[in-house]
Design a protein around this ligand. Structure first.
Ligand code: NAP
Length: 282
C-alpha cells in the first residue's frame, strides 16, 4: 500500500487508500460501507493476513480475511462497475515443479496461508468477472518488515549468517509491483477485457542465500562491514508453515498481455539498499 501511494504520485494517478480501522477484511459490513461509498475506476486489493506461520494456528481467521474478505472487495467493485486487481501469491503452489510456474499449472497449497489465498482467488473470480489476479513472491521494499530490512539489521551486529539455500524464487520490489499495478489499471481502463490470473515477480531468480549475499554486497559497497552468508537447508531452519521450494513464477503472460515486465531483482535491490542505508528510518 505504501509503495502504491508513493508510485501513484510519480504516475499522476489519484489513489484513495482505505484500510484499518475503517475497512477490516474480517468485517463484511465495513467492506461494504467503505467501498460502496468510494467511487473508483479500478479497485486494488493489496491487503491480506500475511503472517504465514501464525496462520497455521488461525486458519479460520486467515481464510475469512484472505478468502471471503477478498471476495467481498471484488463484489463491491462489481457493484460500482469497476474491475478489481487482486494481489495473490506463489504460496498457492506446493513448489515441487522444476521450472517457473505458469498460470495454468494446478495450485496445491501446502499451508493455511496458501489455502486462504487460493480461496481468495476463487472468491474474487466468482464475485467479479472483471478481475486481474496478480500472483507475486518474495516481496521487499523500503517500508514495513521484510527480508532485506531484516538482513541489513542482522548484518549490523553479525559477521556471519545462516540462510536457506534450497528454496528459489524471484525477489520482487514492492515499488516495481506498484508500477505494474498502475500500468495494469491503466490498461484495464484504456482497453478492458484482459482479465484472469497473471504471474509477476522480479526478473531473474535466486535462493534466499544468494539474495542475502547480494544484500550484503550492496551494503558493503556503501561502507558496511562484510557479512558471510552460510548456506543451509530448509530442514536446518524449521518453521511452523512449510514453504514452497520452488517459488519461481513465469511472467510471460503479463508481458504479452499488458506489456508489463518487472526489472531484474538485482537492479531494484540496489536502489532499495541504497535508499535504506541513506535513510534507515523509512
Ligand atoms: N510479502 C511477500 O513476500 C508476498 C509474496 C506474495 C504475495 N504477497 C501478497 O502481497 C499483498 C501485500 O503483502 P505485504 O507483504 O505487503 O503484506 P503486509 O506488509 O503484511 O501488509 C498487509 C496489509 O494488509 C493489511 N491488513 C491485514 N489484515 C487486514 C484486515 N483484516 N483488514 C484490512 N487490512 C488488513 C495490513 O494492515 P495493517 O497495517 O492495519 O496491519 C497491511 O496494510 C498480500 O496480498 C500478500 O498476500 C506478499
Amino acid at each position: 500500500m505504501t509503495s502504491l501511494i508513493e508510485r501513484a504520485a510519480a504516475h499522476d494517478v489519484e489513489i484513495q487508500a482505505i484500510g484499518r480501522p475503517d475497512l477490516d477484511l474480517s468485517d463484511p459490513d465495513s467492506i461494504e460501507r467503505c467501498l460502496d461509498a468510494a467511487r473508483a475506476d479500478v479497485v486494488v486489493n493489496a491487503a491480506a493476513y500475511t503472517a504465514v506461520d501464525k496462520a497455521e494456528s488461525e486458519e479460520e481467521l486467515v481464510t475469512q480475511i484472505n478468502g471471503a474478505g477478498a471476495g467481498l472487495v471484488a463484489a463491491a467493485a462489481r457493484r460500482q462497475g469497476a474491475p478489481v486487481i487482486h494481489i495473490s501469491t506463489d504460496y498457492v503452489f506446493d513448489g515441487t515443479f522444476d521450472r517457473p510456474y505458469d498460470e495454468t499449472d494446478p495450485p496445491a497449497p501446502v499451508g493455511a496461508y496458501g489455502r486462504s489465498k487460493l480461496a481468495g482467488e476463487f472468491a474474487v473470480a466468482a464475485a467479479n468477472p472483471e478481475h486481474v489476479i496478480l500472483r507475486t513472491a518474495w516481496v521487499y521494499s523500503p517500508f514495513g518488515g521484510n527480508f532485506v530490512k531484516t538482513m541489513l539489521r542482522l548484518g549490523e551486529t553479525r559477521g556471519q549468517l545462516n540462510v536457506v539455500a534450497d528454496q528459489r524464487g524471484g525477489p520482487t520490489s514492492a515499488l516495481d509491483i506498484a508500477d505494474a499495478v498502475i500500468a495494469v489499471a491503466k490498461g484495464l481502463i484504456d482497453r478492458p477485457g484482459r482479465f484472469g490470473i497473471f504471474h509477476m515477480t522480479g526478473a531473474g531468480e535466486a535462493s534466499w542465500a544468494e539474495f542475502a549475499a547480494a544484500i550484503f554486497a550492496e551494503a558493503e559497497a556503501h561502507g558496511r562491514k562484510p557479512v558471510e552468508v552460510v548456506p543451509i537447508t530448509t530442514a536446518q531452519y524449521p518453521t511452523p508453515a512449510r514453504r514452497p521450494a520452488n517459488s519461481r513464477l513465469n511472467g510471460a503472460k503479463l508481458r504479452e498481455t499488458y506489456g508489463v515486465e518487472l526489472p531484474h531483482w538485482r537492479a531494484s535491490l540496489k536502489s532499495c539498499v541504497a535508499r535504506l542505508l541513506a535513510s534507515p528510518t523509512t
